[in-house]
Design a protein around this ligand. Structure first.
Ligand code: AMP
Length: 285
């Protein structure tokens, strides 16, 4: 059954529609984004489309996950362009609220996933993951999904949301989608739009570092310090790139490890100019 496409801006109206669809027995999938959609986001939409009757795309540049010196005001925004891309990829409804609709005056409740939010991006972006967990939890309450789809590009975010859903009994199935890359390896990101051609060339060093570490892992290297050094080398060779962190951690708990026994994630954050980029690769036997 076809659902007329509609853009919702008010949480109450979106929730009422979602409740109606649930009552009709429809399975709902939600794809939360901050807009500036690229093929990575569209892969999430297609993944959702294959797993639900109704796909809701959310577009919200969430002020609570940006630090005071981050790029909130210049974050790329193009709602009409985003909807033109997302509709043929298979969305049924969109939720595009204002910051005022999401955070009315007096709003003061936060969700924190205490340990998983600490390392990696949590260290250089204090408060970021509390902002993410809080807005995702609100988006879940508003869109009432059975399934929610996130990218493995934001690996720590995905781990945090999985844990939040488990700890707080949301009863929502969380699906992760592999990182979508350009042909040359650069992970797609809305922030790639900030890069000059020279910076884009330097940004390729992140995926090169991950590829080199993965090759060493496949050749038998298991030592964390060695794998991190291998991943760092191409980034350190780029004068336009500056490493924030390169770390190998347990794939589920994000705890530090000295050797890979099982599954680990090699995670990188680096600045290229003023643009902070992230990338990762799971190393598993
Ligand atoms: P964002 O709009 O950056 O908040 O991202 C929205 C969702 O798209 C998140 O679940 C991201 O992990 C996911 N995403 C962003 N870039 C990619 C990519 N290159 N491949 C797969 N998923 C992605």
């Amino acid at each position: 059954m076809n659902i007329p496409f509609e853009v919702f801006r008010e949480p109450a109206a979106m929730r009422a529609r979602a409740e109606d669809l649930r009552r009709d027995g429809r399975k709902i999938a939600v794809v939360p984004t901050m807009g500036a959609l690229h093929e990575g986001h569209l892969a999430l939409v297609r993944h959702a489309r294959a797993r639900a009757d109704v796909v809701i795309l959310t577009i919200f540049v969430n002020p609570k996950q940006f630090g005071p010196r981050e790029d909130l005001s210049r974050y790329p925004r193009d709602e009409a362009g985003d909807l033109a891309k997302a509709r043929p990829a298979g969305i049924d409804l969109a939720f595009c609220p204002s910051a005022e609709a999401m955070y009315p005056a007096g709003s003061q409740t936060f969700i924190e996933v205490r340990e998983l939010q600490q390392p990696l991006c949590g260290t250089s972006r204090p408060g970021h993951f509390a902002g993410v967990a809080t807005v995702v939890s609100k988006l879940f309450h508003i869109t009432r999904p059975h399934v929610a789809v996130f990218g493995e590009k934001d690996y720590q975010q995905l781990a945090i949301i999985r844990r939040m859903v488990r700890d707080l009994d949301f009863g929502i199935e969380i699906q992760g989608v592999p990182i979508v890359r350009e042909a040359d390896g650069l992970a797609l990101s809305s922030r790639n739009a900030y890069l000059s051609p020279e910076q884009r060339a330097a940004a390729l060093s992140l995926s090169r570092g991950l590829g080199a570490a993965d090759a060493a892992f496949k050749a038998g290297e298991r030592d964390a310090r060695m794998l991190v050094a291998i991943a760092r080398a191409p980034i350190e060779a780029e004068s336009l790139a500056r490493i924030d962190y390169v770390e190998l951690r347990d794939a589920d708990e994000l705890s530090t490890i000295e050797r890979i026994e099982n599954r680990a994630v090699l995670a990188i954050a680096a600045f290229v100019g003023n643009t902070r980029l992230i990338d990762n690769r799971v190393l598993a036997s």
